[in-house]
Design a protein around this ligand. Structure first.
Ligand code: GTP
Ligand code: MG
Length: 187
């Protein structure tokens, strides 16, 4: 008697992360994939692929997705010797750090970089990370500060539905960020 393995029709997606060093690319991925956060900074060397299996999307749909999350060290990215990083990509997360506005300005650069390598439609979202570090302020100030940070994102990308103030540390808006990318890929 044979035991037939039921053919599982599982959707697979590749999401890549782009952004300057220390903005929290690895931290966001690990929070999402493993629910882990580490305070200590350990630069990513080269490329590392994480997986999230059986991710239910949309929620309560019974549809399971296999997500490959591609992480790359910023040092490596600066040299851009890795065009293979972009092969088969279906979604992109641009990451900036709210405590270093220059890393948010650099999203323009990363978006231009993508245009060179990815010539077909893909899902995307922006994570303005480490929001926990400016969340302690008086509410009004925080609002104004957030607005100023949004201005640093290229105008064409200033789509409020695709920009998230995240905290990998406090697990804020991480699932929303990934679901936003998936919503553009999974129909
Ligand atoms: N407070 C706070 N710290 C964070 C957050 N996300 C990441 N960090 C810290 O910021 C530092 C850098 O995070 P990483 O995830 O290693 O950054 P990265 O973008 O992967 O850096 P590279 O691998 O060098 O490109 C680490 O010390 C993290 O603990 C956050 O949401 N809040
Ligand atoms: Mg890293």
């Amino acid at each position: 008697m044979f035991h037939f393995v039921r053919a599982i029709e599982e959707k697979q997606v590749k999401i890549i992360f782009l952004g300057d060093d220390k903005v929290g690319k690895t931290s966001i991925i690990r929070r999402f994939a493993e629910n882990i956060f580490r305070e200590r900074y350990k630069p990513t060397l080269g490329v590392q692929v994480f997986t999230k299996e059986n991710y239910e999307y949309p929620a309560n749909s019974n549809q399971k997705i296999l997500i490959y999350l591609w992480d790359i060290g910023a040092q490596e990215l600066y040299e851009l010797v890795r065009p293979d990083y972009y092969v088969g990509v279906s979604g992109i997360v641009f990451v900036g750090d709210v405590t270093r506005p220059e890393t948010i300005e650099r999203i323009r650069h990363w978006a231009n970089e993508v245009k060179q390598h990815v010539k077909y439609p893909h899902g995307w979202a922006v994570a303005l990370n480490k929001i926990d570090l400016i969340g302690e302020e008086e509410k009004k100030t925080t609002k104004r500060r957030r607005e100023a940070l949004l201005e640093l994102i290229p105008e064409k990308m200033r789509d409020s539905e695709k920009i998230f103030f995240t905290s990998a540390k406090n697990d804020l808006q991480i699932i929303e960020l990934i679901d936003c990318v998936l919503s553009q890929i999974i129909k």
